[in-house]
Design a protein around this ligand. Structure first.
Ligand code: FAD
Length: 152
């Protein structure tokens, strides 16, 4: 990272950003064309979990190329200025890369959906097998991850 002073090296702090984030942006490679989708997600400290309809552009791409890049951000705040070139942004963000796997076995699919729910609610839900019909569960095994913050 060019700005070492802004790098977050502590994995606990990176995890805190992910746990606070509401949206995961997943970047895919459609041949030579980049494609990005915002998604809800779950996280277990090693992998991200996504759920989706079982068809569409993102699924078509992932079946061809499982490599993804992802991004989260929290605590974003515009810091205005009288001078246009002195506007700034306070933020904490995470960028990483990984490989996706379509999760097939029922128990793991249940677990993944619970993790996604846990990201957004403190309640515990009982999920029926029916909730898993017609959706795909995607696990992103994280291969690299960095954190950055701007406190200006
Ligand atoms: C905050 C947020 C959370 C979301 N959470 C989920 C989730 O958990 N699971 C999930 O499956 N989807 C989620 N979505 C929707 C997701 O972003 C995609 O729209 C959806 O997954 C369909 O993707 P697709 O590639 O199958 O699109 P397709 O239906 O195949 O359509 C492809 C085309 O539609 C356009 N497109 C696709 N998505 C978007 C979009 N979000 N905004 C504008 N244009 C778009 C693109 O131009 C693309 O070429 C979320 C969206 C938002 C904003």
């Amino acid at each position: 990272m060019r700005r070492h002073d802004k790098e977050i090296t502590d994995r606990g702090s990176i995890d805190t950003i992910i746990r606070k984030a509401r949206v995961c942006r997943i970047a895919l490679c459609d041949g030579t064309t980049p494609y990005l989708v915002p998604m809800c997600f779950g996280y277990d400290g090693r992998s991200l979990f996504l759920h989706s309809a079982n068809e569409g552009r993102k699924i078509d791409i992932l079946r061809q190329n499982p490599k993804v890049c992802f991004e989260f951000e929290t605590d974003c705040e515009v810091l205005p200025s009288d001078k246009p070139c002195s506007f700034s942004m306070r933020y904490r963000s995470v960028v990483g890369s990984g490989r996706t796997v379509f999760v097939e076995d029922l128990e793991s699919r249940h677990h993944a959906l619970q993790l996604i729910l846990r990201q957004y609610s403190d309640e515990t839900f009982i999920l029926s097998d029916k909730a898993l019909e017609n959706i795909v569960i995607i696990r992103v095994d994280i291969e690299g991850i960095t954190g950055k913050q701007s406190r200006v």
